[in-house]
Design a protein around this ligand. Structure first.
Ligand code: ADP
Ligand code: MG
Length: 323
């Protein structure tokens, strides 16, 4: 029998506008403003539809201000959508039902849940009380999370004295203690050094594999998404510009030629020229590659360059920016 997969997350045509008070310069305007404030509307998320099934681990990427946090906040019931339907685990998050909040866990990279002056364990105990976690459940969960995140040696240290990476591990543990069915992670590697980022990615992936906990991760770090998620959602200026398998990302270009520096007056006939990390990079289709190479090698100038295959960042570029 064909069984229909149940959506854990179902967003349909969701938009969110923030009302922002306009501040005008000058004392007179300030006085006027207090009586008759002017508002403008910021469209943070525009007509987004998104379905996520049980056990998926989905990465949402986009530039700063693209609408990633807004989307997660809507899912967590922290803000209401201006328009559209939101259903998560069969609930409307904005109803903020206790049973719903019991089923989700959220970590925001820039916001801390743990008490800084106490060891993480104290915050965990509060979590236990809030969520009514039984002693045996608590012990079992804590034990497995401590083992997974390898933090046993850090249990007695006040959170304030931990490194950012260590703190983030505890933040994630804190959000998982009540065994949520949906985990929302907003920029979980922000500010972490490369090694901690790697470790965090590995833990999140392993946790998802072990528990099948549906997970949504936002990031502006492509490496996060590339190594953890199979499915990628790209948001650009509040709109979804890609939703699908990471491997399905296609660029119209096939190769890139990376030069040793920026060549300002580089007059090329083929491909597309960009400047990335203080280097000129030419993106080119397979059919123009030979001609382009001929053009470069027969030029009067001597160029230093290497020919490379496109990587993930290159492929994502067209979807992430509004060209
Ligand atoms: N509370 C708010 N009030 C007004 N504007 C906001 C608020 N939160 C976010 N925005 C605006 O909404 C847009 C999307 O923001 P956000 O969802 O935080 O993006 P991201 O997480 O992708 O960086 C941005 O233009 C941002 O400035
Ligand atoms: Mg954000």
């Amino acid at each position: 029998m064909h069984k229909k997969e149940k959506n854990i997350v179902n967003l349909e045509n969701v938009s969110k506008n923030y009302k922002v008070k306009l501040t005008e310069d000058g004392a007179l305007n300030m006085i006027k403003g207090t009586f008759k404030p002017k508002y403008k509307s910021v469209e943070a998320v525009k007509n987004i539809s998104l379905k996520i099934t049980k056990g998926e681990i989905v990465g949402i990427v986009g530039l700063n201000g693209a609408g990633k946090t807004t989307t997660l906040k809507i899912l967590a019931g922290l803000i209401s959508p201006t328009e559209g339907q939101v259903e998560v685990l069969g609930y409307n998050p904005w109803d903020k039902k206790k049973e719903y909040l019991r089923k989700i866990g959220m970590v925001a990279g820039q916001r801390n849940q743990l008490w800084a002056d106490l060891p993480a364990m104290d915050s965990f105990k509060v979590q236990k009380a809030i969520y009514g976690i039984s002693n045996t459940e608590f012990e079992k969960m804590l034990e497995s999370l401590i083992e997974l995140f390898k933090v046993e040696h850090l249990m007695n240290i006040p959170v304030r004295k931990l490194s950012l990476g260590e703190k983030m591990k505890f933040e994630v543990i804190n959000a998982l203690l009540h065994n949520p069915e949906l985990l929302l992670l907003d920029e979980p590697t922000i500010g972490l050094d490369i090694l901690s980022q790697k470790a965090m990615r590995a833990f999140l992936k392993e946790y998802n594999e072990k528990t099948n906990c549906t997970t949504i991760i936002t990031s502006h770090n492509m490496k996060d998404i590339e190594s953890i998620c199979k499915r990628l959602v790209i948001i650009n200026k509040g709109k979804i510009t890609y939703d699908g398998d990471i491997k399905g990302l296609r660029s119209k270009y096939d190769k890139k030629i990376v030069f040793s520096e920026v060549y300002n007056n580089f007059n090329i006939k083929y491909g597309e020229q960009r400047v990335i990390d203080d280097k000129t990079v030419i993106y080119v289709e397979e059919e123009n590659f030979t001609n382009l190479m001929k053009f470069i090698t027969e030029s009067d100038n001597q160029y230093y360059y290497s020919v490379q295959e496109l990587d993930f960042d290159d492929k994502i570029e067209d979807y992430i920016t509004n060209k």
